[in-house]
Structure formats: structure tokens, C-alpha cells
Design a protein around this ligand. Sequence first.
Ligand SMILES: [Zn+2]
Ligand SMILES: [Zn+2]
Length: 383
Amino acid sequence: MTEDFYDILGVSRDASEEEIEEAYREAVRQYHPDVSDDPDAEEKFKKAKQAKEVLTDDEKRQMYDRMGHEQFVEADKRGATDSGGRGGMGGMGGMGGAGEGPFGDMQDIFDQFFGGGSGGRNRPRQGQDLKTGLEIDLEDAYHGVEKEMSVRRPEQCSDCNGEGHPPGTDSRTCPECNGQGQTTSVQQTPFGRMQQRQTCRRCEGQGTIFEETCSTCGGNGVIRNDTTLTVEVPAGIRDGQTLRMDGEGAPGERGARNGDLLVEVSVAEHPDFERKGDDLYTTEPVSFPQVVFGDTVEVETFDGPVEMDVPAGTQSGERFRLQNKGMPRLQRRGNGDLYVQAQVVTPESLNESQKEALEQFAEASDEEISVDQSFFDKIRDSL
Ligand SMILES: [Zn+2]
Ligand SMILES: [Zn+2]
């Protein structure tokens, strides 16, 4: 089996990092297991993720280009492709494990584990992803909807432009790290003794200390703010799926990219329709004569009423399928199906002529009179 990370992402061998990121986002949109019905989606998704992780890491990409796909994958399994800064975590980094979330970021995990420090001095950190929830009803999930949502999130402090100190504040070299932005320590980890460079806590990696902090944000460069955002919920969204709003998360440090806002959508249950995947289930009341002789009935859908044939001889509880009348398939063409269960309604009261007709019907059917009689008595009493 010959594969190539460039082919997997559909980019050329000289693609820029942005192109690779964009191709990866596209792959996420297409193959995310929550979104795609493609049985191979999970596999494709994993491969795209591997490809992106290697190709967006300069050192790994060079190594990959030099070694070719198969050799590189072998070497990665042995842990030979990781550079010093990543601390010899071996294949765990490159070839992401199955349990990791779809939006997981290995770099975050490394940073949590080793307390940061894989980057050089003054490397501004990307903003964090934030999470929030949004509830919509099934009809909105059917048509797709734009929802306004109030989000309380950190934003860059405008008084100091996110610098954490008023403009023009005097500064001096950090005494803790001598302006290097990093300190060195030896750490015992499950993978052995490792010398670890860490971001300097005193100056937070900037190498410089400022004499004054911004009073608005307390020196963080960040304040909390309520913002109203408009979320575009696509038609066909399922309960529990997450929408990613690019750049709407926490602000990045010193001009770095903002995090994203992850909106988990819950779709409320509907009194008339039950949803299973992209299919909808409903019941339609029909009368005894309708199922005996057959009829055409109108069934309500989110796109207005549609006609459905109830054939002669339909049993109560029998189910009919209306193709393509279910939920739209998310980011794909077509709809699921609508399953309609015919429910024969027993009349709770009868007028004289209805009663006579039914008595005649029972007689003509040679039914047990004693049993039927009690039924008619009951109806008589209720009249
Ligand atoms: Zn320092
Ligand atoms: Zn400030």
C-alpha cells in the first residue's frame, strides 16, 4: 500500500503551511466521524491528522521528504523522528493515538506535560479554545438557523493593547533568566530523566520586566467581556455536535492567533417527530374505514404537508416510508427518510346510524354476539 501524506491531504509537495492547515480543516469538515456517514471516515480522518502533524512541523517535514513515507512511518514508530525539544516522546507524538479527541492538539498536551518550553524565547502563545453550548429545536435543525448567542470570554485589553503594561512603560532585563526567556531544570518523567527548558515564570518568556502593570487588566493583557455572536447552525446538525467558530476563542498572546470557540449544539426533542440519525418517525391517525378501503392522507412535515397513500387492508401500527422526507444530511445532498406509522383511531362515541352500521357489520362478520353486545352496551351507555 503506497501512501503519501501530501496525497492524503491533496496538496502539492511544496504546499505552504497555510495550505496544509486549510486542507486539514477541509478533511475535518468531510471526514469528522460525527459528521460523515462514510464507513472509512474515521480512518481517513486519522490519516489526515497524521499527515497534518508531520507536514506542519518543519523538522519532521524535512525528515519525511528525505526518508519517504514508509521509512518515515517506521522511524516514527521507533520514536526516532522527534527532535530534542519534544523530549523523545517517540511515536506518540507523530502518530496520534485513537483515543484523542478530534480537535485535540498534541502541542497542547506536550505543553501541559512539560510545562511548555518547546518554543524559543518570546514565542507568543496561541489563544485557548473556549467551549459553550447552544440549544435549538428540531425544526431549526431541519432548516438550519442563525442564532445570536451571548458569550462571556476573555478579550484583549484595549488600554494596553494586550501588552499588560501601559504604553511607554520603562523596562529592564529579567534577572531570573538573564533575558533568555527560559530557565533550565532537570525533570523526572515517566520517560526517564530529562533536562527541560521551561518558559521563565518571572517574565513569562519575554526576557523583559516592565516597571508598571496595566491596572485595567492587572497585567494579563486580557479582560473578560460579554459579546454577542451570531452562530450559523447548518441544516441537519445532530444533537451533541460541535461547531467551531474560527478565532472567536481567547485572544492569542502578543499578536498570536486567537483560539476558536467550540459551540456544542443540543437539539431538543420534538413532540411529533422522533429522530434516529437522519430519519424521522411520526404517527398518523387514520380511521377504520380509511384502512379498510384505502385512502390518501396528509402528513405534516417541516416542509409542509405531503400526501401519503394508505392502502386498503392496512393494519394499525403498520409503518410507511416517505423517502427523502427526513432530516437533511449535514453538509451533503439529500435527506433521510420519514417513517409514518398508521394508527387506527377507535371512535369513543357513535351516532345512531354509525352504531347500526357497525352492528350490521358485526352480524355480517359472524362475530360472537355476546362479546360484541357488551361493546354496544357500553357505547349505548355513553350516548
Ligand atoms: Zn525571565
Ligand atoms: Zn491592560
